[in-house]
Ligand binder design. Structure first.
Ligand SMILES: CC(C)(COP(=O)(O)OP(=O)(O)OC[C@H]1O[C@@H](n2cnc3c(N)ncnc32)[C@H](O)[C@@H]1OP(=O)(O)O)[C@@H](O)C(=O)NCCC(=O)NCCS
Length: 309
């Protein structure tokens, strides 16, 4: 569709494959519901015991009702609270930090946090600067209270609205509602100034990761895993370098999925789950449109059971 080649994509981004959700009428909730069904089964959880569902996405099925709302109905979770969070590629980090507050306050016992995006629904496949980067995917985690020294210890959330024009989807909101004109101008697609975003991402994802290490008195040796947002392998390498972490401790699956926006971090956790051990020090880091960025320090809570699929 566009003039590009495997060598350019691989060397500039690390991406080899991407997944695209096919099927008429299927939105992000379809993938998110599949992730939640797997999560409920794996953790032997009755849908009736879930207290809250939060879904991070920039590609909700509709502007409203929320995707979290739709997922609950699709998987048989009864009438509990559910809502979406929109913080672009940092969305999962924002949603996780929000969900953790409900557990920490003692208010809720089981909170599901989903990150997922059907990026193919907002990609302009005539724009080679974005269409090679993004894919579709979703993942989900379950948060529960613990009396042990595990779980989310700290997080840092940041944003800066001056990044507005560097990475956005201009049409379809209240400023530029859908019209013939917005369609003619292709405003219902992602636009990005790649090099500007790259520069911002390299600096800020590394900064925020270093900051969370420092304030928790962690060195690279103390950390077992870095779980970075998967936007570009070069950005991930720069972050790991700054943290003093070798590549063997960095979760990487960008080659399989590309950038799935809110889906990248939970998809990493899923792919690497069998290697995680109870008590591992894990740092999550992300950045995205807005700009938004952040990091989270957690201690992994369990030794993974072997995967059945
Ligand atoms: C998008 C990105 C991979 C581009 O890499 P880059 O090294 O900055 O490349 P540039 O944009 O400077 O483009 C370099 C050249 O490649 C060309 N190019 C751009 N896309 C291309 C493609 N898909 N195939 C082949 N050539 C391409 C450009 O036109 C440019 O050509 P020119 O030198 O003749 O003008 C990189 O900027 C990036 O990863 N940015 C951050 C994006 C991101 O993380 N976004 C998500 C945020 S959550």
């Amino acid at each position: 569709m566009v003039e590009t080649n495997d060598e350019w994509i691989t060397t500039r981004t690390g991406i080899k494959e991407r997944r695209i959700l096919k099927g008429e009428g299927l939105g992000t909730s379809f993938m998110a519901a599949e992730a939640v069904r797997g999560l409920l089964k794996k953790t032997n959880t009755d849908p009736k015991d879930i207290d809250l569902v939060i879904c991070a996405t920039v590609t909700p099925d509709y502007l409203f009702p929320s995707t979290a709302n739709l997922v609950c109905t699709q998987v048989g979770i009864p009438t509990i609270g559910s809502f979406d969070i929109l913080a672009a590629c940092s969305g999962f980090l924002y949603a996780l930090s929000t969900g953790a507050q409900f557990i920490e306050s003692g208010r809720y016992k089981k909170v599901i946090v989903i990150g997922g995006d059907k990026m193919s629904s907002i990609i302009d496949y005539t724009d080679r600067t974005t269409c090679v980067l993004f894919g579709d995917g979703a993942g989900a985690v379950l948060l529960e209270p613990s009396t042990e020294d595990v779980g989310i210890h700290d997080f840092l959330l940041k944003s800066d609205g001056t990044g507005e024009n560097h990475l956005m989807m201009k049409g379809g909101g209240s400023r530029f509602p859908a019209s013939h004109d917005t369609i003619d101008q292709r405003l219902h697609h992602i636009t990005q100034e790649g090099p500007a975003v790259f520069k911002f991402a390299v600096t800020n994802m590394a900064d925020v990761s270093a900051e969370i290490m420092e304030r928790n008195h962690l060195t690279g040796d103390d950390i077992q895993w870095l779980v970075p947002h998967q936007a570009n392998k070069r950005i991930i390498d720069a972050t790991a370098n700054r943290m003093g972490i070798g590549p063997e401790k960095v979760m990487l699956n960008i080659q399989k999925y590309g950038n799935t926006t809110a889906g990248t971090i939970p998809l990493c956790l899923w792919d690497y789950e069998s290697q995680l051990k109870k008590g591992d020090n894990v740092v999550l880091a992300a950045f995205g449109g807005g700009f938004t960025w952040g990091s989270c320090y957690l201690k992994w809570a369990y030794d993974a059971p072997s995967k059945s699929e």
